[in-house]
Design a protein around this ligand. Structure first.
Ligand code: MSP
Length: 644
């Protein structure tokens, strides 16, 4: 692949096996999966690591509560994580467990290297420990002299012999690292907190425990059978051991990692301890530590006791996996906290996915079928639509910057501007009109333009919605792979010819009022009508769009001589002069109820004369036994805005 030889290594945190996965875990993993899929389709040699963190007091205690050995318990929960990621089609290259033999060997090797470098010494630890966070705290860090500053639960006083890592020695080097690499911590705003913490002074770190045994033993050369490694030392080493450090080093070429994705709660471990350990090991440092925010549920922190933990599998089953992926990646700028609500999810699905993207593909299928027997040729696209193609390519050229600076929501926002461009092009060039006028060449160019834009969009969103893009690929008859990416994204080419197939609706709309509706319906004894709208004269979307309806502003109202029913209206629809409309609404509206208000106007009707006056359109209204109501836009719109 041209210019694309670099290695990319992407990791998630390894998940504690004291609990099953929730939406926060799924979020971290989906971000990493998206970056991986992006890197792979772009042509980078990419390695994606995830896995489980299985040692430490917290896991030992959880196992005990379940009457299992720590190993049995870890086996069960780790398998559940793996199963979930497999069900979610997460494209990991390795799933590491910290109880893997190779991991333990690698972690022990690292310990020995740091020890030999003089960075590890033996001492006594006396201080406070939070089991939930598996973290040591100084007295001054505690809340009210006891509470963990991170999770607020009570800490325990620990007094034991311990090995220490000379973290204090790395204080200046760490500050230099942050200074010289402003993108080491992303988003950049998060770096400040870390820099201040390091500046306030680093204590050496206790890295072994003697009061329990569920951990990686210290290397045998140390002759310390009482000590196990501190779980964070063991855990962080996974990023190296997974690619063979201390073992079969065939994948070590992926080091240094490009991107460690972590939650904001574990940024400190990754941006302070981890680079310090690596400096001690004399290993290159990762490029980016990217810290995302936390998800709350309906505004509240998720917790088992509140019973509001969102299960990602349930959401994916109900709303669709790709829909969930899109929502998580689009809804919240990376680094900020987000609130998970079904309403927000449904809104995204209905507007961005069903209305914008799904509808666009529908229109390509509809128009290509109706006008061109599902076969499209791109030979005149550049001739008539060079401008649109250029706009799309300019947007695309900027997208990679968003990816590795973790502005994933902006990546998606910009892609959506291409979707809007495509939808607008259809409205602007009106292929149905071109067909009616016999201009099939131009009509073909518009539909092929849109098909090409959809093809490009599909390649760009494959990393976000890899299952939906398979459907798009089927519909457009194109392959979604690195080769096509290179040709139509990198090299900016067009697909010469399409053979379109009709597929089932890409994103069926979700009836967001369904739940409320069913509640209401339960309270209604009987629906008082047996009517069903058995429409006989079904029209296609394209037929519907043959009529152009626009928002208009009534700028003048006048009576018509000898008519009790008709008004003469002048309506501004953004043209150089207002349209004159004759409307039979006089018995329902006074002039002042009409003047300066907005209505909806069919603007491409053939003009007709009524009572000798030319009427250049028709305003929309609805009439039942209670009278007539004009159909008006809910909010003020620019005169001339199209209605669809
Ligand atoms: N085992 C450590 C990581 C070791 S990495 C060498 C750990 N595990 S964890 O299971 O507790 O958390 C894993 C990830 O899930 C963290 O990045 C954390 O931020 C993330 N989340 C946990 N709850 C979350 C939310 N409510 N929202 C978003 N992510 C959150 O920490």
């Amino acid at each position: 692949m041209k210019n694309r030889c670099k290695n990319i290594y992407i990791t998630t945190p390894i998940y504690y096996v004291n609990d099953i996965a929730h939406i926060g875990h799924a979020y971290t993993t989906i971000i990493a999966d998206m970056l991986t899929r992006y890197s792979k389709i772009v042509g980078y040699d990419t390695f994606f690591l995830t896995g489980t963190d299985e040692h430490g007091l917290k896991i030992a205690q959880s196992a005990q509560q379940k009457n299992k050995t720590a190993q049995e318990y870890s086996d069960i929960v780790s398998a559940k994580f793996k199963q979930l990621w497999d069900d979610f089609d997460i494209s990991y290259d390795k799933f590491i467990r910290t109880t893997d033999k190779e991991h333990k060997i690698g972690a022990q090797k690292a310990f020995m290297v740091m020890f030999k470098n003089g960075d590890i010494y033996k001492g006594n630890y006396e201080g406070n420990y939070c089991v939930g966070c598996e973290t040591f705290f100084t007295n001054s860090q505690l809340i009210d002299g006891e509470g963990c500053p991170d999770c607020e639960r009570p800490t325990n006083i620990v007094k034991e012999e311990s090995y220490f890592f000379r973290l204090s020695k790395y204080q200046d080097k760490l500050l230099e690292l942050y200074e010289n690499n402003p993108e080491f911590i992303l988003p950049k705003a998060k770096a400040k907190e870390i820099i201040n913490f390091v500046k306030s002074g680093l204590n050496d770190l206790s890295i072994s425990r003697t009061s329990f045994s569920w951990g990686v033993a210290l290397p045998s050369e140390m002759n310390e059978s009482q000590h196990v490694m501190y779980v964070w030392l063991d855990a962080l080493m996974n990023y190296l051991t997974a690619i063979g450090y201390g073992n079969d080093e065939k994948n070590i070429k992926y080091w240094p990692a490009n991107t460690h994705i972590v939650g904001k709660d574990i940024l400190k471990f990754h941006s302070i301890f981890w680079p310090a350990f690596l400096m001690s090991l004399d290993m290159p440092l990762p490029k980016h530590i990217c810290a995302h925010g936390w998800w709350t549920k309906d505004g509240e922190k998720m917790s088992k006791s509140k019973g509001n933990v969102v299960n990602p599998q349930d959401i994916a089953n109900k709303y669709g996996l790709d829909e969930l992926r899109y929502f998580l990646l689009r809804e919240v700028p990376f680094g900020q906290d987000g609130d998970f609500s079904k309403r927000a999810l449904v809104n995204r699905i209905n507007s961005d996915l069903a209305n914008d993207l799904g509808n666009l593909l529908n229109r390509v299928q509809g128009m290509s079928g109706k006008y061109f027997n599902y076969k499209l040729d791109s030979k005149n696209v550049i001739k008539y639509h060079e401008q649109e193609i250029k706009i799309a390519h300019d947007i695309i050229a900027n997208l990679e910057n968003y990816i590795f600076s973790m502005q994933i929501n902006r990546y998606l926002e910009d892609i959506w501007t291409i979707i809007t461009l495509a939808n607008k092009s259809i409205a602007q060039y009106e292929p149905w009109d071109l067909m009616k006028n016999g201009d099939t060449t131009k009509a073909m160019a518009v539909v092929a333009l849109v098909a090409n834009l959809v093809a490009k969009i599909a390649l760009l969103i494959d990393c976000v919605m890899p299952h939906k893009t398979k459907q798009i690929s089927k519909s457009l008859g194109i392959k979604i792979d690195a080769k096509t990416y290179e040709s139509i994204i990198t090299d900016k080419l067009l697909i010469d010819k399409f053979h379109i197939s009709k597929i089932e609706q890409l994103f069926p709309k979700i009836d967001e009022t369904f739940d409320i509706q069913s509640k209401i319906e339960k309270n209604i004894p009987a629906i008082k009508t047996t009517n069903t709208m058995q429409e006989q004269n079904l029209v296609s979307v394209d037929d519907f769009f043959n009529s152009i309806i626009r928002v208009g502003q009534i700028v003048f109202v006048d009576d018509i001589k000898k008519s009790d029913k008709l008004y003469r209206l002048l309506i501004d629809i953004g043209e150089n002069k207002p349209r004159q409309i004759v409307a039979g609404i006089k018995t329902y509206y006074k002039k002042e109820e009409l003047l300066d208000t907005q209505v909806c106007l069919v603007s491409n009707l053939k003009p007709v004369k009524l009572m000798g006056i030319l009427s250049e359109g028709m305003i929309l209204a609805s009439k039942d036994e209670s009278g007539l109501s004009l159909i008006r836009p809910e909010k003020q719109k620019k005169p001339g805005t199209k209605i669809s």
